[in-house]
Design a protein. Structure first.
Length: 312
């Protein structure tokens, strides 16, 4: 069974070599590695081409975004399974072997595994178990995710090719939360999640300029669209009290995250929450923020908290 490892890359020169190295180091013997350079302006393409002698396939395209790069790689991929790997993340050596073995008896399942955040190297990674670190039915997994009780970065998943084909390509309109929308579709076509406790991956955090840290108007519009698409997919699969509540939670969390940056989109989120029947979720925050929220409401508390000077 061949695993295609697809690595989209844009200006990832400091990390790309280590990422490709973790893909080459897999104990599962049947892999192909495809690096798609998405118009990098640094040395990423040259670094990637330095691995061609070891069998890595390298292709380049004009800058079109991570989703377009993943779709390019997917069109080239020949594997029975698809492993998406961002150009700054890492795989444990046993990751693919453990997940391929787990899916042998469940060909329509989606494999997941523990993931740890790190800033310098995998030895510093912190693995913080979440509620969805277990076998789960698709709707149950998404309900936890929509309520903020668990996530999976792309590297943590292993996708059977049949599910990737049925789910369709990555949505190239999206920047923020493009992976959330994509894996929502994949999950809802699966028989469920098989969690492999020994299949570890490493998620590099706190990078300046990363897509997950962008909070521009374009990024917020992408987030709203991706959440709307997730809700539509969930309700198309099952329109029930539990799924409507899950979708309301999803929009409520987004309203908390966006305020006060994009008040028009916040209003749109709040309208969707009402249409879906309401959500009791409260915004997260420290002790001072929670005290302010109880006293003056969470929106004013959020604005006041941004006025507080940061500590040196």
């Amino acid at each position: 069974m061949l695993v295609s490892i697809i690595i989209p890359c844009h200006n990832a020169a400091p990390w790309l070599g280590e990422t490709v190295g973790s893909a080459l180091a897999q104990t599962w013997p049947h892999t192909e590695i495809i690096v798609v350079d998405d118009g990098s302006g640094d040395d990423s393409l040259a670094i990637a081409r330095g691995f061609e002698s070891r069998g890595v396939r390298v292709v380049a395209q004009p800058n079109a975004g991570a989703s377009a790069a993943r779709n390019h790689g997917l069109r080239l991929a020949q594997g029975d399974f698809i492993q998406y790997l961002d150009a700054d993340d890492l795989l444990d050596r046993e990751k693919l072997a453990r997940q391929v073995e787990a899916l042998a008896a469940a060909p329509r399942a989606l494999a997941a595994g523990p993931w740890g955040r790190f800033a310098r190297g995998p030895a510093d990674a912190v693995f913080t178990p979440e509620e969805n670190w277990r076998d789960s039915e698709p709707v149950d997994w998404l309900a936890h995710n929509f309520a903020g009780r668990g996530m999976m970065p792309p590297a943590a998943w292993l996708v059977p090719r049949v599910l990737a084909t049925e789910a369709g390509p990555w949505d190239e309109r999206l920047t923020l939360n493009d992976d959330g929308e994509y894996f929502c579709r994949v999950l809802l076509r699966s028989s469920g999640v098989r969690f492999c406790a020994e299949a570890r991956s490493y998620y590099r955090s706190n990078l300046p300029g990363s897509l997950s840290r962008r909070r521009s108007a374009v990024a917020w519009r992408s987030a709203f669209l991706s959440h709307e698409l997730c809700a539509q997919a969930m309700l198309a699969a099952e329109d029930s009290g539990r799924t409507r509540r899950a979708c309301a939670d999803l929009f409520q969390r987004l309203a908390h995250e966006m305020y006060p940056d994009s008040r028009e989109l916040v209003a749109g989120c709040e309208r969707r929450v009402r249409e879906l029947g309401g959500s009791p979720l409260l915004p997260g925050g420290g002790r001072v923020f929670q005290l302010l929220s109880r006293a003056v409401g969470w929106k004013l508390a959020r604005r006041l908290s941004r006025l507080r000077p940061s500590r040196p």
